[in-house]
Design a protein around this ligand. Structure first.
Ligand code: SAM
Length: 400
């Protein structure tokens, strides 16, 4: 029986099944599993926008419409990120819908809460209140007075306040830029960011209590950093095995869409297309370890695939605003794959990154780590902070 057939049914069995499914991959301990089953996600997502084939918000699905209630409840209690807010922005010759808030994918929420390693005494700060769902989970674990959450958008915060109260939670909520230190000089044992940054804001390091932990999505390579405070002014730790994708932290609620969110693929000029062969199998781009590795070398390069009939991948594509390369997934002769490059030679960077990835033994994502200091210095390392392999923290925003 689905809610499609019986939309009048109580939400609890759906929440229970949802929590069980999330626990199946061993991410949720029994305490969290109970919390995921008890906190009503549907209260926090009374409506969402379904995505079209280009992943753009399309049709609104709302729980108050009896005809949509089943579809809505099924989506709310499944492992899906749900878009809750978007804003129109001019882009090239059209207007696009840029997502500005969403209820994150529950599996990712669960992974991040697990990595946060919290107990009921910890004071927790969440950056990115959004729908309020994650704040509710945190309150259910530690109690309202242990949880502070901030969002840059006042509309979202007021909305979340109402929904949290409806579900029985009253955390401390703030409106503002979460990358700036909150007034009052409080310290937190745990900080969880639910929007992505390239570099760790110094305010998060100074607001973290001794031995505190920071869990933060990185805007490059789908990284999730799990960093512990050492001393008074430093955080250090590994990048998680899980690959996560979050919207960027904004510096203002109406920040214009950064070009990096929707880079334009350069137009094709056939006479300027470079044709060649590569001995790097395009399938290497399916390897999440290599995707992160490549991001360290070329943080602004996006990766996608060309598909035939929306199914079989025919080429691996890397591109940014200036250049594009497509490498066919079928070899021309044994061990050599055709590549076309336009605007530059981005595939050459893929080859270079692949050689060093091979040399270092195909490092999994968690062989990489990050150290950041409150004075703004930060670097990425392989295996240990003093490794001979280190990189500056890539920042796509700083690239041309
Ligand atoms: C993926 S959503 C958060 C999901 C949320 N934790 C939930 O459970 O629904 C990301 C949120 O980060 C917020 N945000 C973006 N930049 C911010 C900033 N500088 N400070 C605080 N919040 C920010 C956005 O407004 C958006 O609501």
């Amino acid at each position: 029986v689905t809610t499609q057939e019986r939309p009048d049914l109580d939400w609890r069995p759906w929440a229970r099944a949802y929590a069980e499914a999330l626990s199946a991959d061993d991410v949720l301990d029994p305490t969290w599993q109970k919390i995921f089953a008890d906190v009503p996600r549907h209260v926090f997502v009374p409506r969402f926008w379904a995505l079209d084939q280009y992943n753009s918000p399309d049709v609104e699905i709302t729980g108050s419409d009896p005809g949509q209630r089943g579809k809505w409840l099924d989506a709310v209690y499944s492992n899906q990120a749900l878009v809750t807010q978007w804003t129109p922005r001019p882009w090239r010759d059209r207007t696009v819908r840029v997502v500005t808030s969403s209820a994150s994918e529950p599996g990712v929420v669960a992974t991040m809460l697990d990595r946060l390693d919290i107990n009921e005494h910890h004071r927790v700060l969440e950056i990115g209140t959004g729908s309020g769902y994650n704040a509710a989970l945190l309150c259910a674990r530690g109690g309202d007075d242990r949880v502070t959450s901030i969002d840059i958008d006042p509309v979202l915060v007021e909305d979340a306040r109402g929904k949290l109260a409806e579900a029985g939670f009253r955390p401390r909520l703030h409106v503002g830029d979460g990358a700036i230190e909150l007034a009052g000089g409080r310290q937190y044992d745990r900080i969880i960011a639910t929007c992505a940054v390239a570099r760790i804001p110094s305010a998060w390091i100074t607001q973290l209590a001794p031995r505190g932990r920071l869990v933060v999505p990185l805007g490059w390579g789908g990284g999730l950093a799990v960093l512990d405070k050492v001393g008074d002014t430093e955080v250090t730790g590994r990048i998680d095995r899980a690959e996560v994708r979050f919207m960027w932290l904004r510096r203002a609620a109406d920040e214009p869409m950064p070009a990096r969110i929707a880079p334009v693929m350069p137009a094709t000029a056939p006479e300027l297309t470079h044709h060649g062969l590569t001995d790097v199998d395009p399938q290497v781009l399916d390897d999440t370890g290599f995707r992160l590795w490549l991001a360290l070398h070329r943080p602004n390069l996006l990766i996608t695939q060309e598909r035939r009939n929306n199914a079989v991948a025919t080429a691996s594509v890397v591109y940014d605003q200036h250049e594009r390369a497509a490498a066919a997934r079928t070899a021309a002769v044994a061990g050599l794959w055709p590549v076309t490059q336009q605007g530059g030679r981005p595939w050459d960077s893929v080859e270079t990154a692949w050689r060093s990835y091979e040399r270092t033994g195909y490092p999994e994502r968690d062989r990489l780590g990050l150290t950041a200091r409150a004075d703004g210095t930060q670097h990425v390392w392989l295996d240990e902070p003093a490794s001979p392999y280190t990189w500056p923290v890539p920042d796509p925003a700083e690239l041309p």
